[in-house]
Design a protein around this ligand. Structure first.
Ligand code: GYE
Length: 311
């Protein structure tokens, strides 16, 4: 049940609206949670949600958006897999006078192609992760390996930038290897296995920074398979705050995560309703919170709380 995440304040205003949602896929636990929360938020408001899963492919998203335009939906939500290549299709939506709301990832190009964007501050997420690591290792020498998100996606670009900003000027901290794990658990594991082999079985690695928790969970498995202890031999810091990372914290195998709410649809629907009801232009960027969690923050409780929320 996702009941506790629902915002019920304006339950009636969107009754009967048809809204298309072009989702990226289900590469991570966070993504799956976002999908279920979006469906539940739509249902609670009486929205007829047309859901399209793009299987990680931008071309499928573009096709889905064109399909929504052809159907004459009232609005379109899109979680853009990569940051570029949207101008043409979003211009088509604009010409059809269908408002577009971006969810959880940003795009390059003119801002008038979408009504609003609901997302976290991804540079800040990277910075929070980097500051946590810098504060934790202090003066000690620390070689970091980085698991990047999907190449060309806004969270991969921004989370890298924010982390680099946080460790810039600290001579004892260095990213020695960085590669994409495509936001998935299996790729995170595979890439981490390569890092461990290349770095003296892992002895040369002090920390792994993963752009999401799923890749961190994959990396944790690789570290264990290599005979090292994740969480102590190699520190693990990531982003999302999904239940599995709290389970890893309970086991002493993960050290920090930055929370990303899966409820991007609630603020998106609120913005659409205000826009339709009162002509209120929403803020261009609706920014969700980025809170740090460590094993000191009741990981067992956080795990259970999220399971109850329907993750
Ligand atoms: O952190 C990751 C997902 O787009 C910000 O995408 C989102 C990211 C999220 O697959 O787990």
């Amino acid at each position: 049940m996702v009941g506790l995440l629902l915002s019920t304040a304006h339950a009636e205003g969107l009754q009967g609206k048809i809204i298309g949602f072009s989702q990226i896929g289900s590469e991570s636990g966070w993504r799956a949670a976002e999908t279920s929360v979006t469906k539940a938020e739509a249902e609670a408001r009486g929205i007829d949600l047309k859901f399209a899963d793009a299987q990680q492919k931008q071309e499928n998203q573009i096709k889905a958006i064109r399909g929504f335009i052809a159907q004459g939906v009232d609005a379109i939500l899109v979680a853009p897999v990569v940051a570029t290549g949207w101008e043409e299709v979003l211009t088509e939506a604009k010409e059809a006078e269908i408002p577009v709301v971006l969810l959880d990832r940003g795009i390059e190009g003119p801002e008038d192609l979408y009504l609003t964007s609901v997302a976290s501050d991804q540079v800040k997420e990277g910075r929070v992760a980097g500051e946590w690591l810098a504060g934790t290792v202090g003066e000690a020498q620390c070689n970091i390996v980085e698991l990047q998100g999907t190449v060309g996606s806004s969270p991969a670009i921004n989370r890298k930038q924010g982390f680099e900003e946080a460790i810039a000027g600290k001579a004892n901290l260095a990213i020695i290897r960085s590669q994409t794990g495509d936001f998935t658990r299996s790729k995170g594991k595979e890439v981490m296995e390569g890092f461990l082999k290349a770095e003296d079985g892992g002895k040369n690695i002090c920390a792994v920074y993963a752009h999401n928790d799923d890749m961190a969970v994959g990396a944790i498995q690789a570290i264990k398979d290599a005979g090292l202890k994740p969480g102590s031999d190699i520190l693990v810091v990531s982003i999302d705050a999904v239940p599995d990372i709290f389970a890893a914290m309970v086991a002493g195998e993960a050290n920090a995560t930055v929370e990303l709410t899966p409820n991007m649809a609630g603020p998106a629907f609120d913005a659409l309703q205000a826009y339709w009801d009162a002509g209120t232009e929403p803020a261009k960027f609706i920014i969700t919170e980025s809170k740090l969690y460590t094993p000191a923050d009741d990981p067992q409780g956080e795990y259970e709380r999220r399971k109850d929320l329907g993750y």
